[in-house]
Ligand binder design. Structure first.
Ligand code: F0G
Length: 466
């Protein structure tokens, strides 16, 4: 059910909000865009946002905030210590997560940095269902190694399985049981951004929690899309239909020892995050460290007005009508693309549409970067900005200079929360269907300048034949 009443035309997305403030879309011509993308060597990260019509680069920090969030920002208490706004946010986060220690931080990676630099000393291995790139970078920054153990279903981009974000429990158990392994903690990411925004089941989280208890490991939840994951559990997992997303979220949080949280996703804010921990002694250590790298523990890295917006966002995001609309938006796009034969990752994830670029352009060799061909074509044809999360982002050179390619060659179209309408999404679908029909017209790329880490952000490319 997407509609709140029976007279909504079938298939239509019924946005559960009305619009109070608007921002003009920056229109441009294809000819202008062809010049602009050539000027930045075909890396969409180097474009000005004024050159982008529909910006699907990320769902992070791009939400439209509500009237209540803006109103609470005006009422925020900017006291350096003991701010009323912090106490309100602390109460909300404690009630939701069940964790007594609540540390406000400027964004998710600050929570990761604080936690990992306090728990890791180097040489450890950190298993996960799927580490986001900043999470992995923070683990590596401490001298440790991250290892992704996605479930087998996740390897087939088109298999319809309800919980493709799950970890492979057998592999995890095997790893944890190894005597000489140095594994202090396990990270579960909900939803699994790296694996296509796919949800993790409660059952899987519970099993990980049991394994962590058995092997005395610390269990961390990277929960920046916890509300979307909760609604997936409600709608797909047996036994959860009658629980509210809030109740489901609380059950998930009860399984772990710490939560790293980027508020830029499911707290519907433009900046902000939280680090929540159960153990008071660890909380104390983290607060001491926080004083050095973020700020006083009652504001962390944030203005009180950002904490106020995050507090209100944490309430709004758990509204069932909102979550139903939010997940329906993604599946609405995926259904239309799949029906037209466009290779799109299935089933629909929670925050983004993922295209399989090497299937989209089968005539472009993977070394010739089909994902860059796709992000470039989407931009020049439609003014739409997506993000390559395939060969460029996750591929690397081994010690012999050989290019190691990731399993999937994905391009992500992340959908900002409460920002675009159904007409905008229909336009994105039509652009893709049209491009797919003319797929043989598009050519591959090669590196002009290749950066060694997180290559997709700053590398430059050359169009073949130009
Ligand atoms: N964990 C996950 C699963 C994320 O997706 C992100 C950010 C972070 C942690 C880090 O949070 O940006 O607040 O420091 N993801 C963004 C994205 C950047 O586009 O997917 P942050």
């Amino acid at each position: 059910m997407t509609a709140p009443h029976k007279n909504v035309p079938p298939g239509l997305l019924f946005e559960p909000f009305k619009i109070k403030t608007v921002e003009a879309l920056p229109f441009s011509s294809q000819r202008e865009r062809e010049q602009w993308i050539q000027d930045v060597h075909y890396n969409v990260f180097a474009l000005n946002s004024a050159q982008v019509m529909i910006d699907l680069l990320t769902d992070s920090g791009t939400s439209a905030m509500s009237d209540l969030q803006w109103a609470d920002m005006m009422k925020a208490d900017e006291a350096y210590a003991g701010s009323r706004t912090f106490l309100e946010l602390q109460a909300t986060a404690r009630e939701l997560t069940g964790m007594p220690e609540i540390l406000p931080v400027h964004q998710g990676r600050a929570a990761e940095h604080l936690l990992f630099s306090s728990l890791l000393s180097g040489g450890e291995t950190i298993p996960s269902n799927g580490l986001f790139d900043t999470t992995l970078a923070n683990i590596q920054d401490c001298g440790a190694t991250g290892i992704n153990l996605p479930c087998a279903e996740a390897l087939d981009p088109f298999a319809e399985n309800p919980f493709k974000g799950n970890i492979d429990l057998e592999q995890l158990e095997k790893l944890l049981a190894q005597k000489d392994s140095k594994i202090p903690l396990v990270v579960m990411t909900i939803t699994n951004n790296t694996g296509g925004g796919q949800p993790v089941s409660y059952q899987n989280l519970e099993a990980v929690s049991k394994l962590c208890k058995k092997h005395k490991k610390f269990f961390v939840l990277d929960a920046c899309r916890f509300a979307e994951n909760s609604y997936f559990i409600k709608s797909r997992e047996a036994g959860f239909a009658n629980l509210s997303p809030r109740e489901i979220a609380s059950k998930c949080f009860a399984l772990c020892d710490a939560v790293t949280f980027s508020g830029k996703k499911d707290a519907l804010v433009n900046i902000g995050g939280l680090l929540c921990v159960r153990d008071a002694a660890l909380g104390d250590r983290l607060k001491n460290r926080m004083l050095v790298v973020e700020g006083f523990p009652t504001y962390g890295g944030l203005a009180a007005y950002s904490m106020a917006a995050m507090n209100q966002g944490l309430h709004e995001v758990l509204d069932e009508k909102y979550l139903e609309y939010r997940l329906r938006t993604i599946s609405w796009i995926v259904e239309r693309l799949a029906a037209a034969g466009v290779p799109v990752l299935r089933p629909a994830g929670g925050h983004a549409v993922y295209l399989e670029a090497s299937n989209f352009f089968p005539h472009i060799d993977r070394e010739n970067l089909p994902g860059i061909a796709l992000t470039t074509a989407l931009y020049t044809e439609g003014g739409i900005r997506g993000c390559e999360l395939g060969t460029v982002a996750f591929g690397y050179r081994d010690s012999h200079g050989k290019h190691v390619l990731p399993h999937l060659d994905l391009v992500r179209l992340a959908i900002p929360r409460r920002v675009y309408t159904e007409a905008h999404m229909g336009y994105v679908v039509n652009c893709l269907v049209d491009m797919h029909r003319r797929r043989d017209d598009f050519v591959g790329f090669e590196f002009l300048e290749e950066f060694p880490v997180l290559r997709h952000f700053r590398s430059k490319f050359r169009k073949l034949g130009s």
